[in-house]
Design a protein around this ligand. Sequence first.
Ligand SMILES: O=P(O)(O)OC[C@H]1O[C@](O)(COP(=O)(O)O)[C@@H](O)[C@@H]1O
Ligand SMILES: [Mg+2]
Ligand SMILES: [Mg+2]
Length: 324
Amino acid sequence: MSMKLNEYLSQAGSPQALASLCLCLAEAGKAIATLIAQGALKGVTEKMHSTNVQGETQMQVDILSHELALAQMVLSGVVAGVLSEEVDLPVWLDAADAPFLVSMDPLDGSSNLAINGVVGSIFSVLPNLGASGDDAAFLQPGSAQLAAMYLMYGPATLLVLTVGKGTQVFTLASESGDFVLTQSDVQIAADTSEFAINASNQRYWQPAMQRYVDECLQGVDGPRGRDFNMRWCASMVMDVHRILSRGGVFLYPRDCKQPVRAGRLRLLYEANPMSLLVTQAGGGSINGEQDVLSLQPEQCHQRVPVLLGAKNEIERLREYHRQA
Ligand SMILES: O=P(O)(O)OC[C@H]1O[C@](O)(COP(=O)(O)O)[C@@H](O)[C@@H]1O
Ligand SMILES: [Mg+2]
Ligand SMILES: [Mg+2]
């Protein structure tokens, strides 16, 4: 029998407050999916003249997605503060004693909208340890996350969730508006012959990454003794979803393209939630040497290198970094 998101949350024994939050985030996802589906008819593909705190050009739809998600969190009544890619400082809601903090990338891969490509939303749920109003409250390691979720706005709208009991995939039933469990306890195969990396940055990579990709590219004639396939979607949600669906590794390594930043992806609302979802599915996630989930964040919008996916490949990459 098909299980709905609310039924899964109660079966998983999630506390009522966490279940309410997940359901509100699911509602936000539905609203964002509806917005995106309008495409150019609603200006979804247009850029704005503003930049976010990362110095990236914002799209109107980045801001609208932020607002839709924020409105649902206000409604939930269980969120004290929200850190978003789209705003410089965390937003503190009028709920200081609420149990959760949420970090979010309201629209991931938004540059793909110009080509009608797949985008998503990413949420990380942390405990509110009582320091409401203090932005440092968000600087908790990924291992402290109570839940992680992404929504994927593709041919189907998917919601992928972990509350620390495996990783589950739900599909939006458009007629009823329910998210229905379609894949439970996803497992990522430990081995793979597929990697994902933005190869245009190759000249900036460190030796460990040069070695890994070079060996993959040598294929059956090289030390790996087999051919590798390559994919890159420029949308972390889509790349991670492929790994959850058919295995592989996703690599956004440290590089020297912009020496001031350690990596491309943001620790608190991209790397951490995706790492929890992937490790709950049996995969690995490191920054090169350390587990991403063990990193102590230093800044709200901090960037980190991220290598995640098939466990044995991630351990191989860790070893290459140790040896370099
Ligand atoms: O432009 P690149 O190097 O391909 O980087 C793509 C990466 O940047 C991101 O798009 C960043 O996300 P945003 O669209 O939320 O800024 C990731 O989704 C993706 O993995
Ligand atoms: Mg993103
Ligand atoms: Mg974004």
